[in-house]
Design a protein around this ligand. Sequence first.
Ligand code: C2E
Ligand code: CA
Ligand code: CA
Length: 607
Amino acid sequence: MERSKFMSCSWLQVDGAKELIRGDKQPSEAIAKLMRYMLDTYALAAVRIHQPASRKNSTQVTHELLGDRTIPRRLNQVITLPSDYVRSLDTPEFRIKIYDNSTEPNPVSGSVNEKYVTIFLKQIFNGEFSGILELTLPDETRYPSEKDEDVLVALGNLMFEQILLYEKKSTPSIHGSSGEVLDYLTGLHRYETFVDNLDTKISELVDDDHALVIVCSDINHFKLVNENLGYRKGDELLRATGQIILEIPDLVDACRFYSDNFIMAVRSSSPDISRIRSRIESNNQKNSEALQVMCSDTQIRINSGIYVITDPKLDAASAISYANTARKRAKVFNGVHAVVFTEAMIEELRRSDELNNELPKAIRNHNIMVYYQPKISCADETITGAEALVRWRRDDGSFIYPDQFIPQFENNGNIIRLDYFVYDEVFKFLRNRLDNNVSVVPISMNVSRRHLENEDILFYIEHLINKYDMDPKYLEFELTESIYIDNVEPALNFISRCNQMGIKVSMDDFGSGYSSLNMISSIPIDVLKIDGVFMHRGKTLNDNDKIVLNNVINMAKELKMVVLCEGVETREQVDFLKEAGCDVIQGYFFGKPMPETDFEEFMEQFA
Ligand code: C2E
Ligand code: CA
Ligand code: CA
């Protein structure tokens, strides 16, 4: 049988599932049917339902369907999940978590199994954590994209609706004028109804004089509202947002897509896109202020992506996906509240999707590789360490450099899987050399800001230390300076846990734009990495550069930090830095990032 891959995640599958259980009087039957349906549709190895158990921080697997069975089991086995894990699941914004079991241990079984990838979908109903849907997929399946995730979340919701019905905890659903079920929180349409209606509305309402404006909006940092003020306050905010939307003049229809994501269709007689944009922007500004009153501690900002439909033949799904693409861009810019979709975004999205899809295969086929760039001690010009830098080799032999995929992966969260792979490779490399009794230097690894959203990374590092029986003195983690400003608390937590484990932490890219001097005095880092911009790609240093570098180096030394300069390309620069008291140098002058075997030779030469 041809296995359908996640590639085929589609809203039709949600419709199919609904159709399947239509008229079922027994929720337990509906649950069984839905589990079977998910297992078959996605060729899964297992579907499991976890519900909160009476013991704190534990969940109970209540239903399980394995690929080799036809009937789900009802279980009563309590699995106490590691508290960090439940905590990380219970962070408000998270709705889906993916473990690549070839590199990360499955948090439930604790084992690493190369054959499987595990997806956890968190379920929140009426503001309460209601459980987790666990899907185990064979590893040849590609990772779900953001759209696939939306479909999975919708399917999960459908299943948990039945579970809550079964337990009679569910609230009575509310209905609209034509009997359709409405979003229970806001009273807006549900996504499926919205899309169904929109296709008709586009052909009816778009003509030579009128456009239909699709606006996808979300509340920036909504997760902080939930985190700081609780789910109930979060729900209140969503309800208020729903009210504000219903009052928009010329509103044709609106829905809550999921969580804090709303979609609106507004009719406009003005084809002037910049006027439409500024109107939405000032609306967002006004509404953000209205919502702000409800949450004094957390900064509320509404972001919108806009697509203006002028073609009556366009389908609703495309229009929404364009507006949603623009919304994601709106999130990136500080201070901008509304972004209009452009064609260039499609290309960006296509590239990002392509890389996203290729990642698992690239990891498996060893097309993702770790290069090492040596760090040289100023005192005697011997090697004192190296930085691990990722490289992606395409099948045709060409390389894709980190700048072309790291930013995208930071956006869609794939950076976590990529970094875990890199760390594993580094540990493996170190272990190999230790086993062979050859010299070893500490290796530093880059940490993306996405890692600081929860504590998984710390547990992963611990896992690797145990797996490879590694002495932490060979490890260092680099956090870029802007992380320390945007995420002070999690960064401090990360540093102190690394300190406890005996691992060094450095501040990367110091001076590249964000630094504040009082910041470095209050953060207990071991190594200050001065950004390569000061070296101007090998140009002669001017007097002002020298003054700045001299002072920064002195300051760091007084703060008892090791000082490293990056991007050093000339002997003249090396000599100046030695004179200025810099401890370590990294740059093309001594060595470019190089493959493992070249690096091993380099180590012999510079020992
Ligand atoms: P970074 O951490 O600041 O890494 C240093 C970058 O400067 C590397 O670029 C390196 O090749 C380059 N470089 C080193 N010496 C010189 C020099 O003398 N002159 C010049 N012009 N450039 C030099 P690369 O490898 O392209 O990496 C770019 C960025 O991508 C890195 O900046 C880092 O932020 C990110 N990155 C790379 N690998 C990883 C990874 O495994 N995980 C994460 N999260 N980020 C990574
Ligand atoms: Ca770095
Ligand atoms: Ca750097």
